[in-house]
Design a protein around this ligand. Sequence first.
Ligand code: ADP
Length: 603
Amino acid sequence: MSFTDEAQSDVPLLSEKHSGIPPFLLEKARKAKVSVFETRTKPKATRNRLPVIPHGIEEQVFVDALGELGKQLGVENVERNDKPLTDGWYMEHPNTHDLMAVVDEEELVPSAMVYPGSTEEVQQVVLWANKYHIPIFPISMGRNLGYGGAAPRVRGSVLVDLGRRMNKILDISAQDYTCLVEPGVSFFALYEAVKEKGYDHLWVDVPDVGGGSIIGNTVDRGVGYTPYGDHWACHSGLEVVLPTGEVIRTGMGALPGNNTWQTFPYGFGPYSDGIFSQSNFGIVTKMGMTLMPNPGGYESFMYTFQKEEDLDQVIEIIRPLRIGNILENVAQLRHVTQSIAVIGRPRSDFYKGDGTIPADVVHSIVSNFPMGDHSWIYYGMSYGPKHIRQYKLDIIDAEFKKVPGARRIDPATLPADEYFWARDRIAAGVPDIQELRWVNWMPNGAHIAFSPVSPIRGADATRLFELARRRHDQFGIDLFPAFCVGLREMHLIVELVYDRADPRKRRDVLDCLRHLVDDAAACGYGEYRTHLVLMDQVAGTYSWNDGALLKFHEKLKDALDPNGIMAPGRCGIWPKQYRGRGWEMTKTSGENTQGDGVAPPSQ
Ligand code: ADP
């Protein structure tokens, strides 16, 4: 498809494709697509580095091995990655590479994509990978954008795209408020299914953009914005194909004939689920998830705070309210620069200079916005019937107004397309796609996150904010910080937005991030999640007792995956075949993601 055809083609619907858009968001998606392609200047890629073959295997042996797999899965379910890379956009994302490439886009690419249709077929893929010592990399939907998208860590891995054919909602229990899903079920799809069944008493917790899969988001420990925001904490029960091909069910799922797999996560004995999240120890083929009861009413609110220095006081106010559940959801405290970027216009519409956009420009722009000038903006939601909400809202109001200049913005004054309403829908479990819009800040906009965890304390927030500001200024990158407040901790999410077609911008962003990770670690802050290219560095910061935790992970890896085939290097865990061969990416790796081969199978 030509670039223009691609830009003009319609957005696939959920009824046509597992990764499609629900009808109620179609118009919004169409508009988002137009604005993405308006700012795109990146030419269609040619492939300069073909063929892509897994390390340590002859091309013909690989081709024959794929042929063998094709006989098992059907030839149409085995595809080589040898065509020009098509970026698409969020709703039509590629599984051939990282849409938000931060290194050369031909670096983190699979050699082939395979589409198993059942747990048994996933087992077949795993056994095949062991037979040929071919690395495989599972994805559910591959929309983990900002953290690597669909890309594998090891170039030439065979991508196991689970979502395309394994996308059934296996159960929604109206009695237990739970569901059981396959990897290709998106938040969009689950939301639509709950509505279709008329289960108004059930809510789905959705992330900022609802197109990701429930399993992919949860195993990577993503968050949503209702009180059920910690997805990993809300899951119950996994079915996993191990790297040697056996299938297990965790928790109560191990008990034949049970009816509690989705209601009691632990079962008996060690709680093994943890090793299947942010790891490379297995492929999750089914997962249970708890659903939130409809609270019987809800109401969003928004406060603005005038000065950047208010951050300390605001966070100190948030902590006891959040731990005490007066502030009930995973809310966001966002910086003013984001209030501008989220409207979806390119930065050049506002400022054409180099370096970061100056504060006086930011404040003069935002003064004309419906919420008026501010430095920080808090988006929250109160749940329950009116009288219960009012009790909490009064406390929140009294507390936030202790900050000089704090203002509660009356939602009735805000237009229907104001970002506030997207946050309102998300906090009420209705998926949206508006969040994408700030990616248009740069032409060929891409994003990658710096996401350290801290306690909910003013001093920590200020320290992290200043640390981020310093490095962003140094590299001339606009700063987009948002504090997402969990129950006793906060994730600071700083999205670095860059032009992915510009190698210099990519390098600056990556250099900036590498400094940020080290700066934060030096102060005792660690990332909660990271992009493929930063995984080694981040894992290295969790180094207490001479790296004892990573050594433990390596021990598990070698025991569970003796041939080292399952997502080598993911989350900094390398199997023995790769260790000591320079695969780890560090400050000096530049764009090179690859080491010096793998040990031959006999070792
Ligand atoms: P999303 O579904 O939100 O688009 P992805 O499919 O990109 O998320 O998954 C995020 C990351 O989690 C992937 O990079 C992959 O390593 C891991 N992952 C996703 N699905 C599975 C799964 N079913 N089993 C094991 N790991 C998975």
